[in-house]
Design a protein around this ligand. Structure first.
Ligand SMILES: [Zn+2]
Length: 1010
């Protein structure tokens, strides 16, 4: 009704809102329905290992907990067993009744109090699991055996769902790589098809499996093939043997047939969730006890649950039995409140006082949409509302509603031109590339960021009438001011706004912008900081809000102003002055073919070329690339590498100058003589967990993935909640981190873990931490959980994600383990080389060090970088193979060594390492060679560097850049005034003619020094 406030209540009995109706809501009302509130739970999860049998165990629990109990029997034991168990409980004096879908009367008797305990089957869609909504009556749940799926290993009986459950297990045990790849790919394909079209596809696949129809679609053909492969595999004794040894499932034999039991986490969550519900007073307390029939299944269940419900851990019922009356009192108090609320017998104020609760609505603003989505998923599938282009997720915690949204990065950027100052230039303000300058005052002028969705350009020019892109004329332009406006609109409706942007200077600047934009509309706006996207970190952050840190913001402003001044002024010089000289003087004077490209470019862009830039850090780094290759050319020597049977390493000999002309075809025979061998025991320490620079340099070198791609992968893993913040120069590990390592080793190593685990903090103090996993789940397990559909990351994880996650995980676990003790052998070798012309000469190798034996494996178990190698005794050995090659002990830079060098020298920051490398390649200043990954400078890069250093040596030098970085760090720590740093730089740059009136001081173009 127009003008009358109203509420639309949407309620659905099915758990998964999909299909046309939810789509209607989304399109017509800008609202998407949420689901899965079961992840919001407040349950004591307990297990009991019975001494005399399952039934006795159930009876013990039911006797202690009394009325309001739900007893679940495993699906494979079925309703008959439910009847038996109910009968057994009754014969022991418990008022119990089994529940059938047809026999609804039992529920009425449960509500009226005639029956204390209901017994039913634990299946996801069972009556007791989903069809029951009695929050004030249900007090606890008991599982008579771990809830599971039972999959028969007779292929003709396999149902579609069984095949999907079996495939991840087979993937784990099959050794043949092509079969494994096929099974994995098929699993993904089948899952996707079923997710998209649901029961229709399943029904058709069933018909195909029964041979009632030939396979028609590609999915059906894949399914037929999968069935055939699975059929072959489950007939193989070795496969069954391996399935039996999997730690978290059970293979059982019944009536001469084999079955696999697989823990069923979704059913456990649903069923135990009947005891704990969202209500106005928060989330009611419940109790759930698993009476264990197979410890492997309990462990598998726990591991699966620990992904879906953070920090999940079963506690022992026996340990808690003494406190049972306290727990039950808590349970009953919540039931009483629910009853009172339902009957209208309590006001919101009374409830708030009674439970010490605040009723409020909070808006949480982060920068990345993936991060927002990950956070929203902590609470099940959230509702979604759209404010223009802004997506807002909404979750409820009973007394608290949390809205979550993302800015999509920075919202304001320095203007580039058309500076509209608060005062006229005639009053003395000068526009220095977007910073207004007058009388020693520097005012950076920011405006909103516009992105053209058609041509992809990003710009700051104001949009005129019609909001058209100034580059391509498209009306499809996103303006960040709309995001700000939408956030303001939401902020008006909530009690508080929390800004949870990334924990570094960039994140602080975004937070500052949002806080200022929102404050006039909502005074309760605060900054929250978290270093990992997990529920635990989020809740701690929300409980500890702070103000915006002005020093961090100032540091970011200085950084931006400096980048702008140095980058913009030098880039413009390059794009015009340099380019003109390059095309008119350098290019015509060179005749070699590599200049053809440049000749074409000069014809195409005769006056200016936009794809040129110089940056504060970029230029000294380009210098390193050039110098390294010059050094390499001077120092490279010819080497002979020899492989010998029985030795797991090449022996490398340097050729003296006079032999540098020798070619491989000149050599008739090579023998290696090991003339000395020393054995030594050494102790190896693990390395600290990754910092940004260590991760970028090591992972890019090890996997051959370009540095910028490694950075993207780390970013994805962070936003999806799998690792801690990836922009860090700290190696510190928090208590939470240490507990994760301990928990993982306990799970994997069992009792032995105490000898392996050692607490190492790798540094003290500060909020920042090393890059580490957020959960005790290794890469293989993570992959399986995703395949099983238990973990649903907000981004699709590819091979690279798993490689990088695995490396981060292993390095971290190793960092929390005991030292290794290994035996090394140092070999001294000489080579006797016989040439075809009869000449013979001897060469001497550098000592060769090999790890030959681990006396104590320690951390090496998880550290894949060290390998044990076979060594040789003293003696003479013929070469199995040999090769000649050039090498230098000063090789050219790779992306990896550049990042390491930036860190060592102290220029660039975790947030910029990767960007700098990327820019040098993108500008065509250098190329990456295939294979070695060496960065080789191109003539353009060499000329650019020469141009810049010949004119602005002071400004672009390594020392100068490092000094600037140090000053910025001091601003960040509040030890130096922001305006002081800016004004020093301004003075220097105006002396060089790079900033000042009208930016006209380009200096004189006096030709390039060739
Ligand atoms: Zn455009």
């Amino acid at each position: 009704v127009r003008g009358v406030p109203s509420i639309l209540v949407i309620s659905s009995a099915t758990g998964n809102p999909r299909g046309v109706r939810p789509r209607l809501f989304r399109e017509l009302l800008g609202f998407e329905i949420g689901a899965r509130p079961e992840l919001i739970r407040n349950v004591y999860d307990l297990y009991l290992t019975p001494s005399q049998g399952i039934e006795e165990g159930v009876l013990r629990v039911v006797r202690a907990l009394g009325r309001g109990g739900l007893v679940y029997v495993p699906v494979d034991r079925g309703i008959e067993y439910a009847n038996q168990l109910a009968e057994f409980l009754r014969s022991s004096g418990v008022r119990a009744e089994a529940v059938h879908s047809k026999k609804a009367g039992a529920l009425d008797r449960f509500v009226s109090g005639e029956v204390d305990v209901l017994v039913g089957v634990a299946t996801y869609y069972g009556v007791l699991v989903r069809g029951l909504d009695l929050p004030e009556h249900v007090r606890y749940a008991v599982f008579a055996g771990v809830p599971r799926h039972k999959v028969g290993l007779q292929v003709e009986e396999l149902d579609v769902a069984d095949v999907l459950r079996l495939l991840p297990l087979l993937v784990e045990v099959v050794e043949d790589e092509s079969t494994r790849d096929f099974l994995e790919a098929s699993l993904v394909k089948l899952r996707r098809a079923i997710r998209r079209a649901g029961s229709l596809v399943v029904e058709r696949l069933r018909e195909v499996a029964r041979g009632e129809r030939p396979p028609e679609t590609s999915v059906e053909r894949t399914f037929t093939e999968v069935l055939a492969r699975v059929g072959e595999l489950v007939r193989r004794g070795d496969i069954i043997e391996k399935l039996t040894r999997l730690p978290e499932v059970a293979v059982v034999e019944e009536g001469g047939r084999l079955y696999v039991l697989i823990p069923d986490a979704p059913t456990y969550i649903q069923a135990s969730g009947r005891t704990s519900r969202l209500y106005l007073g928060g989330i009611s307390r419940g109790v759930s006890v698993v009476v264990v029939d197979d410890p492997r299944l309990l462990r598998g269940l726990e591991r699966r649950l620990s992904w879906v419900i953070e920090d999940f851990r079963f506690s022992s019922y026996a340990d808690i039995e003494r406190r049972l009356s306290d727990i039950l009192a808590e349970v009953d108090r919540d039931r009483e409140l629910i009853r009172l609320i339902r009957e209208g017998g309590i006001t919101k104020e009374e409830l708030s006082k009674l439970k010490g609760l605040e009723f409020k609505t909070s808006l949480l603003v982060v920068e990345s949409p993936n991060k927002a989505r990950t956070i929203a998923r902590f609470f099940g599938r959230p509702s979604v509302k759209e404010y223009g282009r802004l997506r807002v997720y909404e979750v409820s915690l009973g007394n608290q509603t949390i809205l979550i949204t993302a800015t999509g990065g920075h919202v304001y950027e320095l203007v580039t031109e058309g500076l509209s100052l608060p005062a006229e230039p005639s009053r003395g303000w000068v526009d220095a590339y977007g910073i207004a300058v007058r009388d020693g005052k520097y005012v950076p002028v920011y405006t909103s960021i516009k992105r053209c969705l058609s041509c992809g350009r990003q710009f700051t020019e104001e949009l005129g009438e019609g909001r058209l892109c100034p580059y391509c004329g498209s009306p499809n332009v996103a303006d960040s001011i709309d995001v700000v406006e939408a956030i303001r609109e939401v902020a008006r409706e909530v009690d508080e706004v929390l800004v949870g942007t990334d924990p570094d200077t960039e994140g602080e600047k975004i937070a500052y912008d949002i806080v200022n934009a929102v404050r006039p509309f909502n005074a309760e706006v605060k900054r929250v900081e978290f270093h990992e996207v997990t529920k635990r970190a989020l809740l701690i952050a929300v409980a500890n809000p702070r103000g915006v840190n002005a020093d961090l913001v100032k540091a970011q402003l200085v950084r931006r102003v400096e980048d702008r001044w140095i980058g913009f002024s030098l880039s413009r010089l390059l794009q015009e002055d340099f380019w003109r000289l390059f095309c008119s003087e350098v290019v015509p004077s060179r005749t070699n073919a590599s200049y053809e490209r440049y000749r074409a470019l000069c014809r195409e862009y005769p006056t200016s070329y936009r794809n040129l830039s110089a940056g504060r850090v970029q230029t000294p780094v380009l210098g390193w690339v050039i110098e390294a290759v010059e050094r390499f050319r001077k120092t490279r020597r010819k080497y002979l590498a020899v492989e010998v049977e029985g030795l797991d390493a090449e022996v490398v000999f340097e050729l003296p100058k006079e032999l540098s002309g020798v070619r491989a075809s000149d050599i008739e025979q090579v023998e290696v003589e090991v003339y000395d061998k020393v054995r030594e025991d050494v102790r190896l320490r693990p390395e600290p967990p990754f910092t940004t620079d260590a991760a970028l340099s090591e992972l890019s070198a090890r996997f051959g993935i370009p540095v910028p791609r490694v950075m993207d992968v780390l970013q994805d893993l962070f936003e999806a909640g799998f690792i801690t913040y990836h922009r860090t120069d700290s190696t510190r590990v928090s208590d939470v981190g240490i507990r994760i390592a301990e928990e993982y080793l306990r799970q994997v190593e069992g009792g032995k873990y105490r000898e392996l685990f050692v607490r190492r903090t790798w540094g003290e103090g500060g909020a920042h931490e090393a890059i580490r996993p957020t959960r005790p789940i290794d890469a293989d397990t993570l992959r399986r959980l995703i395949e099983e559909g238990i973990v649903e990351p907000v981004i699709k994880l590819r091979k690279e994600h798993f490689l990088v996650y695995d490396a981060v995980f292993r390095r971290f676990i190793a960092s929390q383990m005991v030292d290794a003790e290994v035996t090394v052998e140092r070999l001294r070798c000489r080579a006797v080389v016989k040439l075809r012309d009869g000449k013979v000469f001897e060469l001497e190798s550098a000592p060769l060090t090999l790890y030959v034996e681990a006396r104590r494996e320690g951390f090496l178990k998880y550290d894949r970088r060290f390998k044990l190698r076979r060594s040789l005794d003293v003696g003479r050995y013929p070469a199995a193979r040999f090769r000649l090659f050039y090498r230098s002990d000063q090789p050219p830079h790779t992306e990896a060594t550049l990042v390491r060098r930036m860190r060592e020298v102290g220029i660039g920051r975790p947030s910029t390492y990767s960007k700098i490398v990327e820019t040098i390649l993108k500008r065509g200043y250098a190329i990456r060679t295939r294979g070695t990954g060496y960065l080789i400078p191109m003539p353009l890069g060499i000329e650019v560097y020469r141009y810049l250093t010949s004119r602005f040596r002071e400004l672009v030098s390594e020392e100068r850049t490092r000094e600037l970085e140090q000053k910025m760090d001091m601003v960040e720590q509040g030890r130096k005034e922001y305006s002081e740093v800016v004004s020093e730089l301004y003075r220097d740059l105006s002396e060089l003619g790079l900033v000042g009136y009208g930016n006209s001081g380009y200096g004189n173009s006096s030709g390039l020094q060739a």
